[in-house]
Write a protein that binds this ligand. Structure first.
Ligand code: AGP
Length: 606
């Protein structure tokens, strides 16, 4: 979603802001802007609609000088995509960038009678509110604190004023902000990737905190302006991880590097020899683990599908555990009941998804343990859970989630193995899972390498179709859902997914020769039944693609058979083929694969 960068220090602010905004491009945006102060403390503002390259064209005509400034990439919420609606906003002496939503902005706007608003945004109203408190006797810090007390909603903000030319004021409620502490320079960003290469030392601002930053560092306060002690933490990650490394797109890079990502996910957690699995950080006693009876898995989009896939394994491996998988945006408003000995698994790549975070808080409020399965280190969800673990997939830049899905499922499989052991599950199956998990990074690498060309060829053949139906049974059903989501996200092909057994209950009415069907066929007890659905589709003119681990005959138009001894982890192997397929369809259709239209990487508003 929107991105924020702020800088005060010794370097040209324009360069730092633009390079920071570029690092945040992956989050999705439709306009961008920066505001800086020059050496005579004169403010300069540049904004444009479209990509950062457009903003650079504006800046090329009139470059900004000076060593303090703020920058923003905006994803339109209030008001259309126009230059006036782009951030930073300026009212009086206040320059402001803002992520989040000010819910009561209409009421606040009506009360600010003397202001001539130039945009339709809630942010300009907040800038005006701060400015209305910013009289000659008041500091910017005090004005921001006063204004924020009148605000309802969420915000991550950075403000400056030419009257205090060495200061940035920062505040957060529900929208992340990180303060990077460098040598004679301080940077602010909504995402740690914008700070890499400048400093590894950072303060992760908490909700309800405000900070005053200058080039010497930052002082943190609460909204009553009582100082708060803050301990800087180390930013994880490497610069190469947020670069394309020779690939045409981040999406392809992230698909192809899944083997490496998984090695990190599995590192030190699975002992194939003894069939034991461990996850640190869960903060569950052996007794709590053993007594667990009800597991609710919460997520949105791909994270939800990862939970759905994992739920089949929890059921298979762990006797006496009921598993429920829920969509966060629904669950947060339902009158749900959590029986005794319940725990929640909160699944999130970004760790910032607003609906998922709201569920976490609601479940916690009701007294159940909340455990995070999160990728982004130091993210809000990771900080708010009672316990949990990182999936260590590394930065995922492309909007479509690929390696995070694989790492989330793998981490949940480890948890399922742990639970199986403490609940008296079948240890032969646990041992088989352990040895398959240890082999998984290599199996994924081999699969990607062996079938990439086949998937590309298939994608080019089917790229002209505007409709797709993904089908699967058992663990291949969540796989079908994830495959269809990936295809629609990056290729804009209308893709639906169904449990194959549902075909006759409605979706078969759709099938004609304008559709292609992608069927994930697992070599197992439901093999024949899945084929039944396939034949019904073929009989109605549908074009069929099969992805399978089976060596048996299958009547279809196109087939990719993976050669593997794996049994339990086959869905994760087949999924990599679906990812490649979606990627190459999107490329063939000429789409912006890494930043698909209308999508944002992390959905921090409801
Ligand atoms: C995945 O390809 C999507 N872009 C999206 O569904 C994503 O998985 C969802 O928004 C949840 O995000 P999170 O994992 O960061 O919470």
């Amino acid at each position: 979603m929107c991105g924020i960068v702020g800088y005060v220090g010794k370097r040209p602010a324009q360069d730092v802001l633009i390079s920071g905004l570029r690092r945040l491009e992956y989050r999705g945006y439709d306009s961008a802007g920066i505001a800086t102060l020059d050496s005579e403390d004169k403010p300069h503002l540049a904004r444009s609609v479209g990509k950062i390259a457009e903003l650079e064209k504006v800046l090329a005509l009139k470059p900004h000088t000076g060593t303090l400034g703020i920058g923003h990439t905006r994803w339109a919420t209030h008001g259309g995509v126009t230059v006036n609606n782009a951030h930073p906003h300026n009212v009086g002496d206040v320059f402001l960038v803002h992520n989040g939503i000010i819910e009561n902005f209409r009421g606040l706007k009506a009360a600010l009678k003397d202001v001539e608003f130039k945009s339709d945004t809630d942010t300009e109203v907040l800038a005006a509110l701060i400015n209305s408190k910013y009289d000659e006797k008041t500091s910017l810090k005090d004005a921001v604190a006063k204004a924020l007390k009148e605000v309802r909603g969420t915000y991550g903000i950075v403000a400056f004023s030419p009257r205090e030319p060495e200061t940035l004021v920062v505040a957060r409620l529900g929208s992340p902000l990180i303060i990077g502490l460098g040598e004679d320079e301080t940077l602010i960003a909504s995402d740690a990737s914008a700070l890499l290469g400048y400093t590894r030392n950072a303060i992760y601002l908490n909700d309800g905190e405000l900070a005053v930053c200058n080039k010497e560092g930052a002082k943190v306060y609460n909204l009553d302006l009582k100082p708060i002690a803050s301990t800087p933490e180390e930013i994880q990650g490497e610069l190469e991880q947020i670069q394309k490394g020779g690939y045409d797109h981040f999406l392809l890079k992230e698909i192809m590097e899944q083997g490496t990502a998984l090695k990190n996910t599995l590192s030190g957690r699975v002992d194939a020899k003894n069939g034991t699995m461990r996850l640190g950080g869960l903060n569950l006693t052996p007794k709590e683990l053993k007594n667990l009876r009800h597991l609710v898995i919460v997520g949105c989009g791909t994270a939800y599908y990862a939970g759905l896939l994992a739920s089949y394994y929890f059921e298979k491996l762990v006797p006496d555990l009921t598993t429920e998988v829920v969509i966060a945006s629904e669950y947060r408003y339902r009158s749900f009941h959590l029986p005794e000995n319940s725990a929640a698994l909160i699944i999130s790549q970004s760790g910032e998804t607003a609906d998922t975070l709201a569920c976490l808080r609601e479940i916690k409020r009701r007294g159940a343990k909340v455990l995070g399965i999160v990728n982004v280190i130091g993210s809000t969800i990771a900080r708010e859970v009672d316990g949990g673990t990182y999936v260590y997939a590394g930065p995922e830049i492309s909007v479509a989630s690929t390696k995070a899905f694989t790492a989330q499922v793998t981490t949940m499989l480890i948890f399922a193995g742990m639970l199986a052991e403490s609940h008296g599950g079948n240890m032969d199956t646990v041992r088989q899972l352990a040895s398959e998990l240890v082999a998984l990074p290599e199996n994924i690498e081999k699969t990607l390498k062996a079938y990439e060309k086949d998937m590309k060829k298939l994608a080019e053949k089917y790229a002209k179709y505007d409709n797709a139906l993904y089908l699967g049974r058992d663990t291949a059903y969540p796989l079908a859902l994830e495959g269809a989501l990936k295809l629609k996200e990056v290729s804009y092909v209308h893709a639906e997914a169904y449990a194959a057994g549902e075909l006759k209950h409605g979706p078969i009415a759709l099938v004609d020769d304008r559709f292609f069907e992608l069927v994930d066929v697992l070599d197992g007890p439901l093999f024949e039944k899945t084929l039944g659905g396939l034949q019904e589709v073929r009989a109605r003119g549908g074009h069929t693609i099969v992805l399978t681990d089976s060596k048996k005959d299958i009547d279809c138009d196109d087939i990719v058979r993976i050669d593997t001894d794996a049994k339990l982890t086959v869905p994760l192997l087949l999924n990599t083929l679906q990812q490649l397929f979606a990627y190459y369809v999107a490329v063939a259709r000429g789409n912006d694969v890494d930043q698909p239209r209308n999508l944002a990487k992390s959905v921090t508003v409801e």
